[in-house]
Ligand binder design. Structure first.
Ligand SMILES: [Zn+2]
Length: 184
């Protein structure tokens, strides 16, 4: 559940090699169904282009917030307001659950509407911010990739989503640019 927002924000697939213009996975119903399943989210609304557009709006907003956090800027008031509006549309009940010798207080969504889905995605994002993990949120330095990821290294020194792919590619590009400059 905690990774729901991360899968969601990365739903626009870009070609890290820069050969393909990428594709929006939100527009693929099969991907979308798997996303819901993995996040254990129920949705009782048909998959329509309006629904996709609505979710793209949420993703755009989240990307804007992430971009600001990565640049160590404050989140704008209007972005906070939007997130709060989406959060307010989620309705939940609390329940007690027993697991072996332990009790847990769990939160269950009350309905399976689109508004609920949006609230759940934003809640998963906000949880990451609240837990202080936001300083580890990064955007891949490869301009063709821009994948959002968690930097789990000790000193938060990671620059690419994957050193083997984007890291290597950028190294090759740097070498080529240097060679070109020295050949002139
Ligand atoms: Zn990357």
């Amino acid at each position: 559940m905690e990774m729901t927002w991360l899968t969601f924000i990365n739903s626009f697939w870009t070609d890290w090699r820069g050969r393909d213009k990428g594709r929006d996975r939100l527009e693929e119903e099969e991907w979308f169904r798997t996303f819901l399943e993995k996040g254990n989210i129920k949705l009782n609304e048909p998959y329509t282009s309006e629904l996709v557009e609505d979710l793209k709006h949420v993703r755009h907003e989240m990307s804007e917030v992430v971009r600001r956090l990565v640049n160590e800027e404050l989140i704008r008031k209007e972005d906070m307001l939007k997130m709060n509006q989406w959060l307010a549309q989620g309705t939940y009940i609390r329940q007690i659950e027993q697991k072996e010798n332990q009790f847990e207080l769990i939160t269950l969504p009350l309905d399976s509407s689109l508004a609920q889905l949006k609230a759940q995605i934003i809640a998963s994002f906000v949880e990451a911010l609240v837990e202080g993990q936001y300083k580890r949120i990064k955007i891949c330095d490869n301009p063709d990739c821009r994948w959002v990821y968690y930097d789990t290294t000790k000193n938060r020194s990671k620059r690419f989503c994957d050193d083997k792919t984007c890291g290597n590619l950028m190294k090759v590009r740097r070498h080529r640019a240097q060679k070109k400059a020295s050949d002139l």
